[in-house]
Design a protein around this ligand. Structure first.
Ligand SMILES: Cc1cc2nc3c(=O)[nH]c(=O)nc-3n(C[C@H](O)[C@H](O)[C@H](O)COP(=O)(O)OP(=O)(O)OC[C@H]3O[C@@H](n4cnc5c(N)ncnc54)[C@H](O)[C@@H]3O)c2cc1C
Length: 326
């Protein structure tokens, strides 16, 4: 067995950032342990064109396995990946995290009776095999996990793997003819839902303006939306405000929400609880606005502003708009 197989989710003619991170990481590691950097894609053949599949080559994929199966559901992808691994003998399956990645990874693990590590933040090659690093005990320690047999399944944290354009050529597209398991046809996606705060994919946004209980009320989020719009970013939230019904769950960052790593994470009225921190600590730059100079969020912020967000956030939005020319 050799090589690493990943899965790339596509929507409206593009692969999502999290998937491209997994593809890039799989390609980098495959070069180190040997074998193909394979990627499974499923969906309507009219959408999954040769051109679209071929673009995965620029992230290092050497083979793209294309199957005509429903996209957006876990079970059909498990069927396709299990077949590709059985036919081609991949050593590892690697996922970028996210709900679908967890679902497919867990299903594949059960199907193949494989070893699995979840919430992985780093993977490296050692002696021709992969070792996964996984934080434990609320991120206070990290363990190394290796695999006693193959195939091994590695499920990363959302956006744990960087997207890297390797500049390699177009990948070879291989058609996969798969007979879906009966249970894999028992669910179908009826509609892709949209809700306030979910119209922008917060995992892909470069700039996030996150609001917490310090906003005082649901309407406080209008300030965050104005600032995010001025900066070309999206709005995120803490669990406290989601639980209070001020903002939708789709925007929740943290242990029981999403993990993000934008270029800028601007936290307004957020205390910085550990359960929130684990979802945003990978951000390149963290800016916090809080009226309490002892708020824990200042301990891991690059820039801290002590003051009343009701005065600072609107002024910041005005300043950004002015700088951008209105
Ligand atoms: C099992 C478990 C899972 C959890 N999962 C998550 C999770 O996924 N995500 C998450 O976020 N939390 C999670 N939590 C909750 C977490 O512990 C915190 O309660 C929560 O993050 C606090 O949210 P907050 O910062 O909005 O509110 P608070 O902790 O109440 O902080 C509000 C902050 O606003 C500041 N403030 C108030 N008024 C102003 C003002 N006018 N101007 C400036 N600053 C002001 C205050 O000084 C304070 O620091 C979880 C908890 C548990 C037990």
């Amino acid at each position: 067995m050799s090589g690493i197989l990943t899965y790339a989710l596509h929507y409206e003619g593009a692969f999502n950032k999290n998937s491209l991170g997994a593809v890039s990481e799989g390609a980098k590691l495959a070069k180190e342990i040997g074998g193909d950097a394979g990627v499974v894609v499923v969906g309507d053949p009219s959408e999954l064109t040769d051109e679209l599949c071929g673009t995965l080559g620029s992230y290092g994929a050497t083979k793209v396995y294309r199957a005509d199966a429903p996209e957006g559901l876990g079970a059909p992808v498990v069927d396709v990946m299990a077949k590709v691994i059985a036919d081609e003998g991949y050593s590892y399956a690697l996922f970028g995290g996210g709900l679908l990645g967890f679902e497919i990874g867990a299903g594949l693990t059960a199907r193949l009776n494989a070893g699995v590590t979840m919430e992985v933040t780093e993977v490296h090659a050692q002696g021709g095999k992969l070792v996964a690093k996984r934080p434990i005990l609320q991120d206070s320690a990290v363990v190394d996990v290796d695999y006693l047999g193959e195939p091994g399944v590695i499920i990363g944290r959302l956006n744990a793997f960087d997207v890297r354009e390797s500049g390699d050529g177009a990948a070879e597209v291989v058609e996969v003819d798969v007979q879906l398991e009966e249970h894999s046809t028992r669910a179908k996606m009826v509609q892709r839902g949209e809700q306030r705060g979910a119209d922008v994919n917060i995992e892909d946004a470069d700039i996030l303006v996150a609001g917490g209980r310090g906003l005082g009320k649901a309407e406080g989020f209008e300030m965050c939306e104005t600032l995010a719009a001025a900066m070309g970013g999206a709005v995120a939230a803490t669990r406290a405000v989601v639980d209070a019904g001020w903002y939708p769950y789709a925007a929740q960052i943290g242990q029981t929400g999403k993990t993000v790593a934008p270029k800028l994470y601007l936290a307004a009225g957020i205390s910085g609880a550990i359960q929130h921190k684990v979802g945003m600590q990978g951000s390149e730059n963290i800016v916090a606005i809080n009226k309490d100079p002892n708020a824990p969020i200042f301990e891991f912020s690059d820039l801290g502003i002590v003051g009343d967000l009701n005065k600072i956030v609107p002024k910041l939005a005005e300043a950004v708009k002015e700088k951008k020319g209105g």
